[in-house]
Design a protein around this ligand. Structure first.
Ligand code: SAH
Ligand code: DHB
Ligand code: MG
Length: 240
């Protein structure tokens, strides 16, 4: 499941560096470790963010002073826990997950972390639950983490903008995919055309918003235990 072959010297090095960073900077956290262990035991794919990436999300949420966070793609709730821990008292996180079995495990992991009160998990395809949220008047959110199916990133980006305010930070995971995103044909054998096309369209939409001056954005390549990938950071412009 890792982007690099397990035998790769580079991948071993990247993983060792992730471990080194965690050893020095990330205090042991039983709830996060149990979430990973129980997700693996239940056979969930090992595709959550790494610990240092989870901490990056948490720091970004704190820097935003986020009181309302939206996450697309819960899996076992690992990134959810990192993000929800950034919330002040009274803060809320809504997370969207299509797969009921993952959602059930995520609920248990979130509850064990003591975050059940702050986190609302909605089960269903995000392109169905996002319009519902919007119709209910949810948001604007201070931080939106897009991490569900990559094919639908273009639609997710558009919904994220609708659920934003000036100053909202939209973070997109998996926007590099081993570098496959630079292939115009998008026929990467590992990720498939739909993923590459979806992520490339996400860049096009974000780029069009940059052109309009509606957002300011960048993307950063990452390497580590989960391979070579990247995060996009999109800050919504304007004044409140
Ligand atoms: N954010 C998680 C990892 C998410 S993996 C973490 O870092 O810990 C991507 C998740 O998106 C998977 O759980 C998958 O079931 C979910 N997903 C896939 N298609 C979806 C859809 N259409 N709507 C909502 N979630 C979806
Ligand atoms: C994969 C990785 C992710 O971070 C994700 O959100 C979905 C899939 C993967 O490597 O397959
Ligand atoms: Mg991801």
């Amino acid at each position: 499941m890792n982007a690099m072959e397990p035998s790769s010297v580079s991948w071993q090095r990247w993983t060792a560096v992730d471990d080194y960073i965690a050893e020095h900077l990330l205090p042991a956290d039983a709830a996060l470790e149990s979430a990973v262990a129980d997700s693996a035991a239940a056979g969930l794919p090992p595709i959550s963010v790494t610990a240092n990436q989870g901490k990056l999300l948490q720091l970004l949420a704190r820097m935003q002073g986020a009181r309302a966070i939206l996450e697309l793609g819960t899996l076992g709730g690992y990134s959810t826990i990192w993000l929800a821990r950034a919330l002040p008292a009274g803060g809320r996180l809504i997370t969207l997950e299509a797969e009921p079995r993952y959602a059930e495990l995520a609920r248990a992991n979130i509850a064990r972390a003591g975050l059940a009160e702050r986190v609302e998990l909605r089960v269903g395809a995000a392109l169905r639950t996002l319009p519902q949220l919007h119709a209910e008047g949810a948001g604007p959110f201070d931080l939106i983490f897009i991490d569900a199916d990559k094919e639908n990133y273009p639609g997710y980006f558009e919904w994220a903008l609708r659920l934003s305010r000036p100053g909202t930070l939209i973070v997109g995971d998996n926007v590099v995919r081993d570098g496959a995103i630079v292939d115009p044909g998008g026929d990467d054998p590992k990720y498939g055309a739909g993923v590459v096309r979806g992520v490339r369209r996400f860049y096009e939409l974000a780029g069009a918003e940059v052109e309009k001056g509606a957002v300011s954005a960048t993307a950063i390549q990452t390497v580590g235990a989960k391979g070579h990938d990247g995060f996009a950071l999109v800050l919504v412009e304007g004044t409140d």
